[in-house]
Structure formats: C-alpha cells, structure tokens
Design a protein around this ligand. Structure first.
Ligand SMILES: C[S@@+](CC[C@H](N)C(=O)[O-])C[C@H]1O[C@@H](n2cnc3c(N)ncnc32)[C@H](O)[C@@H]1O
Length: 438
C-alpha cells in the first residue's frame, strides 16, 4: 500500500465535530485530479479518503498540487500551489491583483471558454437543485470579456496629507480593502474617472478629507454607456446629486433615467440582448394567449427599466420596487400620456407586500427580477395563487433561481425557455432568464 502523504496522518484527521484547524494543514500539498467545475468557479476533486475538495483556481482535467485551507467531515477546500498538468483552456490572468482581489476569480480560464464551462455548471446546478434538466437549446449570450463593467462601488484611499490617493474594492466576504490602479473589467471611462477627477471629490467639498475610519466612505460610479460618468456618495449635497449623480442611459433608442445611488444593470454592452429576449418572451405570451395585454407587472423594477421598454404593448402597467430612490425615475421613465395607455402605477414597496395586498386575478404579464436572494417566500406563494400563467424571471443568481423554480414547478409551472447572459466575464457570476408557463 502506498505510504499516505503527511496530510493524512492521524493528527490531521477531522476532530470530533469534523473540523480541523487549517493551521495543521498548511504547507502540506496533496496531488489531486480535478473532476469538474462547480458553482462559484472552483474545481472539484476527491481526496483519497473520498471527501470532496473544492479547489480555487483549478480547471477540470488538471492535475494540481493543492494546499488544503479548510476541512469539514464531508468536504474540504484548497488552493492550487502548482499546476502539474494544465488544461489547454488555462490562461494567464491579466490582472496583477488576481488571487488577491476576490472579484475576478475566473481569469485563469480562457475568456473564450468561460461561457461553455458556465453552461455545464448551470446544467448540473439545475439538475442538483431543481431535479430537472435545462432545455437542450440553453445558450449563454456573450459580449466583451474585458472593459465591460459600467458600474462599481469603490472605497477612497487617503494619503497622509488627507488627500485622496486612489481607490480600493471592498472584498465581499472579508470586508478587506484591495487598492487597485487600473481595473481591466471596468469600462475605460470608469478607469479614467477613478484615476483622475474622482480623487478630487473627497476633501474638496462637504466631505471630511479623511473619514474617521478607513473604508467608512464609499463611492458609486456609473458609466451610462457613452463614457459619461456619474457618481454618488452618502451625504452628497442635493445640488451636487442633481448635477453629478443623475444619468440617462439610451437603450433601443429610448432614454432611461437613473442615478448612481440606485441599482442599474452593470453590463450595458450585453443588456440589449437581454432586453430582446425579455421582449420575445412577452410577445410570445401575448400572441399565444398565455398572457394578456391588459396588465404588465414589473416586480423588483428598479427605475422601471423593463416596463419602460415594454409599456407600449399594454393597457395598464405597474412597477414595484422597494428602494424609494428609484421612484422619481420610474415616474419619469413610464408615462401613460406619452404612450396612450390607460394607467401607470409606480409603487414604492416590497414586492411581497404589494402582492399580498393586490389580487392578480387576470393572466397578467409578469416580469420579476429579484436580487441575489431570489423571490421572497410570500411573493412566490402569491404568484402561485394568482391567475398569472406566464412568468418571466430574470435572475443574477442561478442557485436561488433553481430553488425558486423547484417550488414553481411543484405548483404547475413548466420551463419553456432558459437563456444565460455572460454579464460578468472573468467572474463565476451570470445573469439568467427563465420563461415559465402553466
Ligand atoms: C436585480 S435588481 C433589478 C432592477 C430592474 N429590474 C433593472 O433591471 O434595473 C433588483 C431590484 O429589486 C429591488 N428589491 C430588492 N428586494 C426587494 C423587495 N423585497 N421588493 C421590491 N424590490 C426589491 C432592489 O432595490 C433592486 O432595485
């Protein structure tokens, strides 16, 4: 029998509660063959004792030397120390902060292959979580792999003299700050803004030069797709807000107003393809009688983005959004008088509360675009109880989408079409569209 590598010596075995101190494991690499990529972009392998190991920075098929960083009774995590047999799809990460900044953790995979790998991950994800198959024709729409991101939140960094010296990203999980110079996924206009004019925002006006604690202030920046940058920070004076935070995006020849304090889609290059797919889903429902043109309901509507682009097809439109900073824009973006519609309501409320108070007793056309957490339980139940027969579900998290789909399927909804949109290249995130009907 081959001698066990040091990692498998008894002192490194899981303790009673299944957890080992990572410090025992450091510096003891183990060779693993990567089986597949999983949700989140890690490679998955099996340790000789059968436990799963999620390996950061590894690709399917590769043989890697892996340092374990965490272990539990049923799974472990590790990172690549050396790639012994690389995949032909391996790429050299473009950003010097790869591995430090948690943002673009998929840079080791050739940009041209990312959609293909993600499609496999999503197929398996859906099988595991929803116990169903994604349709055969599931496709992922792709756009520019770099310089695509038109929206970011950054944290100003300050020099000793109190002047802003640059910006950092905040790592989501640890809250750590990662200073950066030029970020290759941000649009050129955002990079230029952050390297120049943005530094003057701090210390020049109403803000203290240096916040009480580093990281207390953050700056939202938004490029409207034409290289015009707007920005927002908390406490921004009203006059400065009106002048510098508000922006107008043009999609399909229509002007949509927003501002840098609220949600807006962050890949304007690929957004028209998502809009076209949503429009197609709406048109199909109207023409096959699965949905009616009496009422369009856009839930989690932000500034009324989808409703504004589709309103001309409907007699009545309702947008529902929790963030009341969106309301004034939604009112401007949707106007009954411009389109000759009977009515437009822009509601500022949680979607689940609005659904609880309003009976949807006609087969209205319903679009939902919830945050990563997916549909709140009450919202999902209200949709199931309603007369809606066609649901157009836009999601930025395939995991919660699969979970919600499983519940909707039990209530009789079937999956008519699924499409992916590579809104966040170099990261393991993706936008999805499901068209469901019953
Ligand atoms: C993914 S964004 C979509 C926005 C919009 N559809 C768009 O494309 O611009 C999700 C939106 O849902 C809002 N939101 C989050 N939870 C909500 C809730 N419980 N009820 C209503 N809106 C909510 C957020 O403020 C955000 O604007």
């Amino acid at each position: 029998m081959p001698k066990k590598p040091p990692f498998f010596k008894k002192k490194n075995s899981p303790s009673k509660n299944g957890v080992c101190s990572p410090s025992h494991l450091q510096g003891v690499p183990v060779q693993l063959r990567i089986i597949k990529m999983v949700q989140g972009g890690d490679g998955m392998a099996r340790l000789p004792d059968g436990r799963v190991c999620f390996v950061q920075g590894a690709l399917p098929g590769e043989l890697c030397e892996v340092e374990l960083t965490f272990q539990k009774k049923d799974f472990t995590r590790g990172r690549v120390v050396r790639v012994v047999e690389p995949s032909p799809d391996r790429a050299v990460p473009k950003c010097p902060l790869y591995g430090k900044c948690g943002g673009c953790s998929l840079q080791h995979l050739d940009s041209r292959k990312q959609a293909e790998y993600m499609a496999q991950v999503e197929r398996e994800n859906f099988r595991r979580l929803a116990h169903a198959e994604l349709p055969e024709d599931f496709v992922i729409h792709t756009g520019s792999p770099w310089g695509y991101r038109n929206r970011a939140r950054v944290v100003p960094q300050f020099a000793r003299n109190g002047e802003c010296s640059g910006f950092a990203f905040r790592e989501q999980e640890s809250n750590a700050l990662i200073p950066f110079g030029n970020c290759p996924v941000l649009t050129p206009a955002l990079n230029e803004f952050l390297q120049g004019p943005a530094r003057k925002i701090f210390g020049s006006g109403s803000l203290p030069r240096r916040p009480a604690r580093p990281g207390d202030v953050s700056l939202n920046v938004f490029d409207n797709g034409k290289g015009e940058v707007s920005y927002y920070y908390r406490g921004m004076p009203k006059e400065e807000f009106e002048k510098n935070a508000v922006s107008v995006v043009e999609i399909e020849g229509r002007k949509i107003e927003s501002d840098a304090s609220v949600f807006f889609q962050s890949n304007l290059g690929l957004l028209p393809e998502l809009v076209q797919s949503v429009r197609r889903a709406v048109d199909e429902g109207l023409s096959n009688g699965n949905a009616c043109n009496d009422w369009l309901i856009d839930l989690f509507s932000g500034v009324g983005f989808f409703a504004a682009l589709l309103q001309d097809k409907f007699k009545r439109v309702t947008t529902v959004e929790r963030d009341d900073g969106c309301l004034k824009h939604a009112k401007k973006n949707l106007s009954a008088k411009d389109s000759g519609m009977a009515s437009v309501e822009n509601v500022s409320a949680p979607a689940e509360e609005w659904l609880a108070d309003h009976v949807v007793d006609i087969p209205a056309t319903l679009i939902v675009d919830p945050p990563r957490t997916g549909l709140p339980g009450e919202a999902l139940e209200a949709i199931v109880r309603s007369s809606v027969k066609r649901l157009i579900y836009v999601s930025c998290d395939p995991v919660t989408l699969s979970r919600d789909y499983a519940k909707l399927a039990m209530a009789g909804f079937g999956l008519e079409r699924a499409e992916g949109f590579a809104f966040y290249p170099q990261t393991p995130h993706m936008e999805m569209l499901f068209v469901l009907s019953r």
